[in-house]
Design a protein around this ligand. Sequence first.
Ligand code: ZN
Length: 343
Amino acid sequence: MSLSPLWTDIEWNRDGRQGSFLNLEHSVHRSAYGLVSIPVSLFKNGSGPTLLLMAGSHGDEYEGQAILTRLIQTLDYRAISGRIIVLPAANLPAAMEGTRTSPLDAGNLNRCFGDMFSDSPTSRIANYITNVILPMCDVVFDFHSGGSSLDYLPCTYASVSGDSQTVAQTLAALEFMNAPIAWIHKGIPQGPEAGRAAYRQDVMYLSGEFGGGGRISRRATWVAERAIYRLMAHLDLAPLPPEWGEPLEARLMTASQSHYFYADHDGVFEPAADLGDDVRKGELAGTIFNPETPARPATQVTFPGSGIWICARAIGRVRRGDCLGHLLTDISREEILVANNEQ
Ligand SMILES: [Zn+2]
């Protein structure tokens, strides 16, 4: 027997508040007709834009999971104009395990949004989000962080591509969300990530890296939660609560591959600067020691560029190829618009 591989009793167009599940068939030895029930909530009131709030794509990124769970418990659908769909633990098996990838199939949900889908549980979730949920949406806000192995200064993130009006709308949303740092990626999303699925479905994709290091920081959840309520106000979905109204000083920043740096052999990495420091190209980023062969000379790692150290490895032990972190550099609104016109 096989019914639909993923189904829900949510009525997407009904006004009110609904809380239910996306039921994913997962047939295994101990449960031939078993389900993985992924929580989904829907808040709808009249007409207006549709916003998807999604967290737990990576199960060890806890900030979004916590604040979307709080939002589900506190949001009054009568106070909004439009529709909000909330997936607080999109890759539920990974979220319950507290791991980046799913224990069911080792699937990395945010690498399953490529142009092809498979029958694995994680790919089926990506397929459903891409082909059923995203077509209903105007905007998606997808919550990420550094997870277990990386730590980020909390920042919002978006790819900007397409015509000048689309780029201006994305920039306006980021600027109103008013995170201390907005990280702009110029160009069409090429990787198999949710941003690419949103691009294909013509949905504005907003994201963020809100902390990490295998824990939740108060600062990161504050920046992320503030960004949600400011985005809802920007989209005319809900009035701006006064506690989130005070504007902050904010920077538009960007990165390229040359801003990332990696371990070139195994060892223990001791950083020479702190997350958030302004650093210069060629300055010491840290040292890789080899406690297992203490006579071997330590290796010094230098910063590959100049900018702010936005992301750092959160685990001391490193292997060759591990990302030790990356930088962001300032970019102006005008540079983003010019760069977009040159694509
Ligand atoms: Zn992530």
